[in-house]
Design a protein around this ligand. Structure first.
Ligand code: NAD
Length: 248
């Protein structure tokens, strides 16, 4: 299926995990893909090679999403190199877990700066382009923990809940320009982010799903891709849980 042919997508934090699966699936559906991430890695090189071999154009920009000015530069670079921008996937994120009485200011600031301000930075940079061209898609990766809260994750849950308020507001601000703005709330997905979590946290998450399975990055990539297609044109301001029934 080449439904996204002619589209240019920018995926933040797209060199591994959910972002990498998303960049690949968007490319498999015909989109040219720009990825920004902290720095290039061998794994990232491989991903971009795979996308290139599909016949798609690829651009890598080194960037920390918490940097406002860099976001403006990256978006300008994407438009310069790939011609335009149609899809923004706000995916970059980190976790720095501690219960509130142990959480440091640095842990709070870094998680809010990357997971929430990062979404503002890139949406702020893309919005004028989407508004002027009268089309665009923004999909941001929130979390079920932003919906329900979770011990040890006050910074992360606050940032992920913040994404939901931001998503609904941007959907209202940009709707008349035919820009769809949505969020996905994944449950536990097996990536680098979760690989070092304690075994009992993983077991608990597995027990919590009604499907009896943990998610894979592709489970999120499929839904991002769908939200970028014509079939999803009437969906905006929505938060879609993709969690095997973990939170309901
Ligand atoms: P991951 O750690 O495997 O990948 C995150 C990517 O973001 C990495 O490539 C990393 O280099 C990049 N990144 C980190 N900080 C950055 C920064 N400051 N600027 C630019 N790039 C940066 O994690 P993942 O599981 O693939 O997570 C992707 C998104 O999904 C995150 O927003 C995460 O919060 C969210 N999420 C993950 C899960 C899960 O269980 N894995 C659940 C819900 C939500």
């Amino acid at each position: 299926m080449m439904e996204l042919a002619g589209n240019v997508a920018l995926v933040t934090g797209g060199l591994r995990g959910i972002g990498a699966a998303t960049a690949l699936e968007l490319a498999q559906n015909g989109a040219d893909v720009a990825v920004c991430d902290l720095q290039q890695t061998p794994e990232g090189e491989q991903l971009l090679d795979t996308i290139r071999r599909l016949g798609r154009q690829v651009l890598f920009c080194a960037a920390d999403v918490s940097n406002f000015n860099r976001a403006q530069e990256v978006v300008a670079e994407v438009v310069r190199a790939l011609g335009h921008l149609d899809i923004l996937v706000n995916n970059a994120g980190i976790n720095r877990d501690h219960v509130i009485w142990k959480m440091t200011e640095q842990e709070w600031d870094s998680v809010l700066g990357i997971n929430l301000k990062g979404v503002f930075n890139y949406s702020r940079a893309a919005a004028p382009i989407f508004r002027t061209q009268g089309r665009g898609k923004i999909v941001s990766i929130s979390s079920v923990n932003g919906l329900r809260g979770q011990p040890g994750l006050s910074n992360y849950a606050a940032a992920k809940a913040g994404i939901i308020g931001l998503t609904k507001t941007l959907a209202k601000e940009l709707g008349k320009y035919q820009v769809n703005v949505n969020a996905i709330a994944p449950g536990y997905i097996e990536t680098k982010m979760t690989e070092n979590l304690a075994a009992d946290v993983k077991a608990e998450a597995l027990k919590g799903t009604v499907l009896g399975r943990l998610g894979a990055p592709e489970d999120i990539a499929h839904v991002v891709t769908f939200l970028c297609t014509e079939g999803a044109r009437h969906i905006t301001g929505e938060v879609i849980r993709v969690d095997g029934g973990e939170y309901m």
